[in-house]
Write a protein that binds this ligand. Structure first.
Ligand code: C2E
Ligand code: MG
Ligand code: MG
Length: 754
């Protein structure tokens, strides 16, 4: 069953975003962006921190390096200052004495490469090399390079010579140190620390003598400084660029001219920290990635579960739980889409509105489980009859509908409808029961000329269905505009009938019911008549269904009952039969209404006979039984009208307290034509007699029918042969003069019947 439903009714959800899509857009994408930004921030923070730490460390290394050089220079300067006498004494010292003192100190200290003493005229007065291996003429060669500095110190030039860097002291402290100073400059192509101390001015000279010591910043000194400061590979590169990861540190003079450069491999603590941290960051990222993956997986699964739930809910909301077919909502949506499609130039379509005949009877008599199974069987047959892209829906109860675009011409639609009807009308075998139902179909065509919405199309199909049912059921009708007129006519009739009941414009005629020999009126049946001011006398066959459909039948039935009780009081001892419609009988207060009317009119309950049809009893056997027994308790008699046209159920006859059976006119009419009708009449009579009931034959028109029925054992006869429905006055007249009445024979009766 479900496979059929799925074939026909996949909901259209293609363009709708799924739960995962929504989660993807609403949560996952922002989450991923936030995570990505966080990762980038962490990486950038780690890298910049490491870089900043390296920069700080490098600045510190540079600072310490220059401080070490300055410390050396200051040490040399202070030592040299200590080695020479005070300024005023030095000026008076003989050069030889001075030479001995300074030379002795130089040899003792063993730290300086060259010692030079310049006289007041900036001429080299004395020089000495530290190591015996150093050639003595070095000093002569180096002296011109020292001369600008000496001249500056002697006061010839206020500005420091180019390519000289003053290490200590700063100019402010210059005088405090008695003119001593230390510098870095290039001597003999090598960077060197030069410490200078003035040796006092010789009397009669303007400029002081200057003692200088030169300490080359050579490999040994750099190894010593590098070792102390932890500067790996510290060496002098002159003006060459650094290689690899080494840094170059330039020493520049006051004019920013590079004097010399040093390179070393910096410690890079940031990079070290980074290297040690990277594995942990990697592990953290990997863990985070796994966690994110798990969260995404969970979200995807959750979204999938939610989407499945949504689909399931949507399916339940749009499908009939009993048979799995699309329901009225789904059908409405599809119908609107079809109409839009046709209006947009698509091929024409048609709606089949299908109503099962007698389904309710099956439900009521055989139980709901059989009814449900029948619906499932109908679903299966209907689905198999239609094409795959047709939509088959259950609108509720015993109503189904189909949208098909297979065809829209009358002949093809009739053909399809015929196929549906023959399929649905074939007997069903359910739980041992063989069930036969009918199907009526109303068809509305949707083509480019169609106007209106889905509701209008359904109204047209419904009108056509109504027509199909009125024309005798188990047939199909295609809607045309005339039906609209029919409907408005019905509405008008309904309103007129309402007014007629209100204005007491209905009348009641009485048809005699005679004994078997036909010579005595034993009873009359009250039959409603509607003399319409414009349309003349309207037949109950026309207005009773309208009254039943609109509910007016309750009022109408009460009206006829009261009128019959009042009229019949004029015929003492005469039983009056009154028809009761199913809707009227099912009113909870029906028995009370009967009781009240009997009270009000003072009519003898024993002379009242209520005629019920089998459809009155269907589905409410229990309550019908109870109501009938209460009526019987009042003294009212009960007749089963039109027997043979409904279910002719023996159960009703056995269980319910009927006094009389009325054989339907259609059997009487067929007695002479069909042998089986005669057999049925015989069977009904013996059945009625067997159950202790009286049997009345309706519609007796001919002497042959009369004779046959009399021979068959029918107790009473009703028909034009014995009297047409007549006014109370006519009935009174006939009863007053018994025997005057002449039965109507042959053609006259036929004319009345037509
Ligand atoms: P019914 O209760 O079976 O009434 C008998 C119908 O058969 C009456 O039709 C009567 O005129 C017609 N008839 C009687 N003898 C003959 C005959 O020899 N030949 C032919 N061809 N017809 C005959 P009527 O009065 O047109 O009523 C039709 C139906 O309308 C009734 O069938 C009954 O079901 C319903 N009806 C009439 N009056 C009322 C009413 O007051 N209340 C209810 N609920 N239904 C009513
Ligand atoms: Mg009747
Ligand atoms: Mg009848």
């Amino acid at each position: 069953m479900s496979s059929v439903a799925l074939r026909l009714d996949q909901p259209r959800e293609s363009s709708k975003p799924t739960g995962w899509d929504r989660a993807h857009l609403g949560v996952v994408v922002p989450l991923c962006v936030v995570v990505a930004v966080a990762i980038v921030c962490i990486v950038v923070a780690a890298l910049t921190s490491a870089q900043r730490a390296d920069e700080v460390a490098l600045e510190r290394e540079k600072h310490l390096f220059i401080k070490s050089i300055a410390n050396r220079a200051e040490w040399s300067m202070r030592k040299l200052s200590a080695a020479v006498p005070a300024d005023e004494d030095a000026g008076n010292l003989d050069m030889k004495v001075l030479q001995q003192r300074v030379g002795a100190w130089h040899k003792t200290v063993m730290d300086h490469d060259i010692l030079v003493v310049a006289d007041s005229a900036d001429q080299m007065a004395y020089s000495e090399v530290q190591r015996p291996s150093d050639p003595p003429h070095w000093t002569e060669a180096a002296f011109p390079e020292l001369t600008p500095l000496i001249e500056h110190l002697q006061g010839h030039w206020s500005e420091l010579p180019a390519r000289s860097i003053r290490l200590t002291p700063r100019p402010a402290a210059y005088q405090a140190l008695n003119g001593s100073a230390a510098f870095v400059l290039t001597v003999r192509g090598k960077p060197a620390i030069v410490a200078a101390v003035p040796l006092g001015t010789i009397a009669g000279r303007n400029h002081p003598r200057i003692a200088l010591v030169v300490m080359f910043i050579d490999h040994a000194l750099l190894a010593d400084i590098g070792g102390r400061l932890g500067l790996a590979g510290l060496h002098n590169t002159g003006l060459e660029a650094a290689t690899g990861t080494d840094v170059r540190f330039d020493l520049a003079d006051h004019r920013d001219q590079i004097v010399t450069s040093f390179t070393w491999t910096p410690q890079r603590p940031g990079a070290e920290v980074l290297h040690s941290v990277i594995p942990f960051i990697g592990i953290a990222f990997a863990g985070f990635a796994i966690l994110a993956g798990m969260v995404l997986r969970y979200m995807r699964r959750t979204a999938a579960t939610i989407a499945a739930g949504e689909n399931r809910l949507r399916y339940l909301a749009l499908h009939d739980p009993l048979c799995g077919l699309p329901n009225r909502i789904f059908f409405g949506e599809r119908l609107e889409a079809t109409i839009a499609d046709v209006k947009g130039g698509g091929s024409p379509a048609a709606v089949f509105y299908i109503d099962l005949d007698h389904f309710k009877d099956v439900n009521d008599t055989l139980g709901h489980h059989i009814g449900d199974e029948l619906i499932r069987n109908v679903t299966l047959r209907l689905s198999r009859t239609m094409r795959g892209n047709d939509l088959v829906a259950r609108l509720g109860g015993d109503e189904f509908a189909v949208i098909t675009s297979a065809s829209s011409d009358r002949a093809s639609l009739d053909l399809i409808a015929g196929r549906i009807i023959s399929t649905l009308c074939a007997p069903y075998s359910i739980s041992g029961h063989t069930i036969v139902i009918g199907a009526s179909i109303g068809i509305a065509v949707i083509d480019h000329r169609s106007e209106g919405e889905a509701a209008d199309v359904m109204r047209y199909a419904n009108m056509a269905l109504y027509r199909a049912k009125n024309e005798g059921r188990s047939r199909a009708c295609i809607y045309d505009t005339v039906m609209d007129a029919d409907l408005s006519n019905r509405k008008r009739v309904e309103q007129d009938l309402r007014d007629a009941i209100k204005n007491d414009e209905l009348s009641v005629l009485y048809q005699p019911i005679v004994n078997a020999s036909g010579d005595k009126v034993v009873e009359v049946e009250a039959l409603a008549r509607w003399p319409h001011p414009e349309r003349g006398l309207i037949s109950p066959c026309e207005f009773i269904p309208i009254a039943e459909h609109s509910g007016l039948i309750v009022e109408l039935g009460t009206y006829v009952l009261r009128k019959a009780c009042l009229d019949a009081k004029a015929w003492p001892g005469m039983t009056v039969a009154v028809n009761v419609s199913p809707l009227q009988f099912r009113q909870l207060d029906f028995v009370k209404v009967v009781e009240r009317i009997l009270d009000e009119t003072g009519f003898d309950p024993a002379l009242l006979e209520l005629e019920l049809t089998e459809s009155t009893l269907l589905g409410n056997l229990e309550s019908a039984d109870a109501a009938m027994r209460r009526l019987k308790a009042l003294g009212v008699r009960l007749a089963l009208d039109d027997f043979g046209t409904g279910y002719s159920s023996l159960l009703y006859l056995r269980r319910l307290p009927f006094d009389k059976l009325k054989i339907d006119r259609s059997f009487v009419l067929s007695i002479e034509k069909a042998a089986d009708a005669a057999a049925i009449v015989h069977a009904i009579v013996s059945l009625g007699r067997g159950l202790g009931m009286k049997v009345t034959a309706e519609g007796v028109e001919t002497a042959e029918q009369h004779l046959f029925l009399r021979a068959a054992g029918v107790h009473y006869m009703q028909g034009f042969r014995f009297g047409v429905p007549s006014t109370p006055a006519e009935v009174s007249a006939r009863l007053a003069t018994p025997g005057v009445y002449r039965s109507i024979e042959g053609d006259a009766a036929a004319a009345l019947a037509s």
